[in-house]
Design a protein around this ligand. Structure first.
Ligand code: SAM
Length: 222
């Protein structure tokens, strides 16, 4: 999807893929290839580039984080993306997960609630040449009705519950992955839409910043 096959930090990326992803059970070859390709160091500030491939989340400003590489890979693998899929992402953040999704699906719709963060991130996404990413600044817990239904939806912030609009905006056969729990820790849930309802599965424990919005946590600052 992009011409950015960055040779910089290639060795660090390969080590990350082998030690943090393959050794922990990430088996989907398309996901591994995307993680080998996307230059994660370009999604963090210059001072943090040498830490970009470490096994942890990193700060991206605005009290937010770029997720740990393993968590990005695990959530992406759970989505079982096909090349023609249309994906909705809630929580653009640094845009790293967005870029990984854009390598694997036909189009990615991504929503971020922090305007300054989204403006900065879009500049980077444009510089890297991604032409299949569409973003907007709003409360992603409402989903993106005009662009629905989606084959896959990923929420990259922790929610007290599964927002109903997101379930309703899934295609039949569509998959939703979302961390659900309290403000401290969550369970990664996979929800699959079937003809006659939804199947919910708990996948693993995780820890994310809060999903703030109408169907998530209340914004304490307003
Ligand atoms: N996937 C991102 C990455 O790779 O950098 C990490 C995202 S960070 C853990 C979670 C993001 O969700 C933050 O940027 C936060 O502002 C955003 N967010 C929280 N609540 C939101 C909402 N209701 N709608 C859209 N974005 C939201």
């Amino acid at each position: 999807m992009t011409g950015s096959d960055s040779t910089e930090y290639r060795h660090e990326r390969e080590t990350m893929v082998v030690t943090q992803l393959e050794n922990r059970g990430i088996y989907n070859q398309r996901v591994l290839d995307a993680m080998r390709k996307v230059p994660r160091h370009l999604f963090v500030e210059k001072a943090l580039r040498d830490q970009a491939y470490a096994d942890c989340p990193l700060p991206i400003g605005y009290d937010q984080t770029i997720s740990q590489p393993y968590m990005v890979a695990e959530m992406t693998q759970i989505l079982e993306l096909l090349p023609h899929d249309r994906v909705l992402e809630i929580g653009t953040g640094s845009g790293y997960q967005t870029a990984v999704l854009a390598e694997l699906a036909s189009r990615v719709y991504s929503i971020e609630r922090i305007h300054g963060l989204l403006t900065r991130t879009m500049k980077q996404i444009d510089r890297l040449g991604y032409d299949n990413i569409v973003t907007k600044c709003s409360d992603g817990t409402d989903g993106w009705l005009e662009q629905s239904p989606f084959d896959a939806i990923i929420v990259t912030a922790g929610s007290p519950r599964v927002p109903e609009p997101l379930k309703e905006q899934l295609n039949i056969g569509g998959r939703l992955v979302i961390p659900v729990g309290d403000g401290f820790s969550q369970i990664l849930m996979k929800i699959t839409r079937k003809e006659d309802g939804f199947i919910e599965r708990s996948m693993m424990g995780c820890r994310f910043v809060k999903l703030i919005g109408r169907h998530g946590w209340e914004d304490k600052k307003t």
